[in-house]
Design a protein around this ligand. Structure first.
Ligand code: GCB
Length: 611
């Protein structure tokens, strides 16, 4: 017994010794990213976008050779066999794949480095912010490890205050986009794995005690009761005094701390113009504490379901949508920034949409902010996409983290009405438990928006009868259904005789349908890959959709042809999934006009009091 105890003590000592040794090496990461600062676009920031030096590291040498020390090969220091300062550069934000031909198909680690001058300010906390780094990132500032992050489509910020120097500074980031089966997404997404620092990199200057997160919205189901909460970094009650103002409504109030340390407030505006696709009204909301202030443009709307109906601001709506990936028109690579957002969403407007499904991961923040301004309702999704390791608790942790970062970033965007927790996941008890946990997290973080998922699990035991009975639907507010009758399944005419049923009394969105066509390729309607064949699929789909009583929205797959390593038919696909209604260069295919006609008709009915 005594011996066992001594052994135990010895092992504990060893473990602590090894742990201390581990965390005190320069490459160890004691910190995860700091809690996310909200409303970055309205903060004082210094852009670190631009040219960054890079080193490609296919053999993962960089850690052992300590690239993060930014060594000088010709200096007096240790012998080094790398050098950033004479290395070529990549533009940030941007994926590496389409900036250098030799990196087009590269998946692995790339090290980024840039230097910048900074003037250290008193009473300021400075964060290094990354809009997204796909997929794993490790950040060093002036040779000190700052933080690491996993997940390719959500932002993170590291507290850089202690590591920043007055004058010259050097930041080194290693980004790795190797696909792994226990990641989110898993290994076979039907989209291009763009690696790198794909969104903005900024320094964000905050006062020492600051307003970290806030939520301002209409209470569920009430059209004139604004409620909200604020979280500050301050502990003392004096610093926690926060006022909230909406000048245009002549409203001002003080937020009061509750037991969880959240500052809560509410308003009953006498006359509030609600946000809607027809009039996407945004109000300037100002939040101020003794040390910090932030102003945001926020829209107010409610979103609810009853039976098979969806209600926006208490009125029944039909979602006229389109799916989109985050790829720009007329340029290779990942989309980012306002111009790309405006260009993509303008096509949705031209189609007559009031809704977009941003597939299959959170898009750049500028996209949802643009949707707020243009009046497009949004389905926002995390990449829990086919092939996920549902039995793995760590994989669940990754999905939870991405969901939390997505909701934290976007919770004040009126445009977002739906959080989607997954796309096309096969039925199993483990899948159900996994997704139920995500749904629970989403509801806890955001009790007002609707929860959805795109399912493709049907009971099709009777020919031409689709029964949507996936047990997951029980936990959702709205269910999405992906179906490809006329493309992967049967012929377009099958749609004319297909019937649709569900045991659930919930609204359904057909969240994907379509078929591929190469822009400019014409021929008989029966010939695959022609514009006429895609047009035919859309015509039969639309006729079929009109007959589904519990259908409350459609978002076909997809706005634009997009790159996918799965699509290797020469001369037709050439590496692109061709289900777009427009080509990668923005040329409209025939089916574009079929959908446009349908949506114009629905819009006219809606404005005359129908749908
Ligand atoms: C789907 C997926 C989507 C694919 C699409 C297709 O069901 O959700 O990511 O790209 O089908 O084209 O096969």
């Amino acid at each position: 017994m005594k011996i066992t105890q001594t052994r135990l003590q010895l092992s504990l000592f060893l473990i602590s010794f090894l742990w201390v040794a581990f965390i005190s090496t320069p490459n160890s990461f004691a910190q995860n990213p700091a809690p996310l600062v909200q409303g970055i676009v309205n903060r004082r920031t210094i852009s670190l976008n631009g040219e960054w030096h890079y080193i490609v590291d296919p053999h993962e040498e960089g850690n052992a050779r300590r690239y993060y020390l930014n060594g000088k090969p010709y200096g007096s220091r240790d012998f080094v066999e790398y050098g950033f300062n004479t290395a070529p550069t990549l533009r940030v934000p941007g994926d590496w794949n389409f900036q250098r031909p030799e990196l087009q198909l590269y998946e692995g680690t790339v090290w980024y480095q840039r230097s910048f001058d900074y003037h250290v300010k008193s009473n300021t906390r400075t964060f290094l912010y990354f809009g997204a780094a796909n997929y794993r990132a490790r950040v060093w500032l002036n040779e000190k490890p700052l933080c690491d992050h996993e997940g390719g489509f959500t932002p993170f910020n590291c507290d850089a205050t202690a590591a920043l120097q007055d004058g010259a500074n050097v930041v080194v980031v290693s980004v790795n986009d190797t696909r792994r089966p226990d990641d989110i997404p898993s290994v076979r997404p039907d989209w291009y794995n763009y690696g790198g620092l794909t969104r903005d990199v900024l320094l964000v200057e905050m006062p020492h005690e600051f307003i970290q997160q806030y939520s301002v919205e209409l209470d569920r189901g009430r059209l004139n009761h604004i409620t909200g909460w604020i979280k500050t970094t301050a502990d003392s009650p004096a610093l926690q005094k926060v006022t909230v103002r909406i000048p245009e409504l002549k409203l001002s109030t003080e937020a009061i701390a509750d037991q969880q340390g959240l500052l809560r407030f509410s308003f009953d505006p006498p006359k509030l113009e609600l946000w809607s696709p027809e009039r996407p009204k945004l109000y300037r909301v100002e939040i101020a504490s003794a040390t910090d202030q932030i102003a945001e443009d926020i829209g107010f709307r409610t979103i609810e379901t009853r039976g098979t109906d969806i209600f926006l601001n208490g009125k029944s709506i039909f979602l006229r949508g389109i799916d989109m990936h985050e790829e720009p028109v007329g340029r290779a690579g990942r989309a980012h920034g306002e111009d790309d957002a405006r260009s993509l969403l303008s096509f949705a407007k031209e189609l007559g949409c009031n809704f977009v499904r941003l597939a299959h991961y959170p898009h750049d923040e500028s996209m949802v902010r643009m949707a707020d301004r243009l009046g497009l309702m949004v389905w926002s999704e995390i990449p829990v996409y086919q092939g996920v390791d549902f039995k793995n608790p760590q994989t669940l942790g990754k999905a939870q983290q991405q969901l939390t970062e997505e909701i934290t970033r976007d919770r004040n965007r009126a445009a977002i009405i739906l959080w989607s927790v997954s796309n096309e996941t096969p039925k199993s008890p483990e899948r159900n438990t996994f997704l139920q946990q995500l749904i629970k997290t989403a509801r806890e973080l955001d009790p007002t928006r609707l929860i959805t998922s795109a399912t493709n699990q049907t009971n099709s035991s009777v020919p031409h009868k689709k029964v949507f009975d996936d047990p997951l639907i029980a936990d959702l507010d709205v269910f999405g259904v992906n179906e490809y009758i006329g493309w992967y399944e049967g012929v377009p005419a099958d749609l004319d005789i297909t019937t649709w049923a569900t045991p659930y009394d919930k609204p359904m969105i057909v969240s994907e349908f379509g078929g591929e066509a190469k822009y400019g390729l014409h021929g008989p309607v029966t010939r695959r890959w022609t514009e006429e064949n895609q047009e035919e699929i859309y015509q039969h789909q639309i006729a079929a959709l009109r007959k589904i009583p519990f259908l409350r929205g459609t978002s076909p797959w997809i706005l634009k042809d997009f790159r996918s390593p799965h699509r290797n038919l020469p001369q037709l696909q050439d590496g692109f999934n061709r289900k777009g209604l427009i080509s990668e260069n923005g040329e409209r295919k025939k089916a574009f006009y079929v959908l446009q006609k349908f949506y114009r008709e629905l819009a006219a009915q809606a404005s005359s009091g129908g749908l």
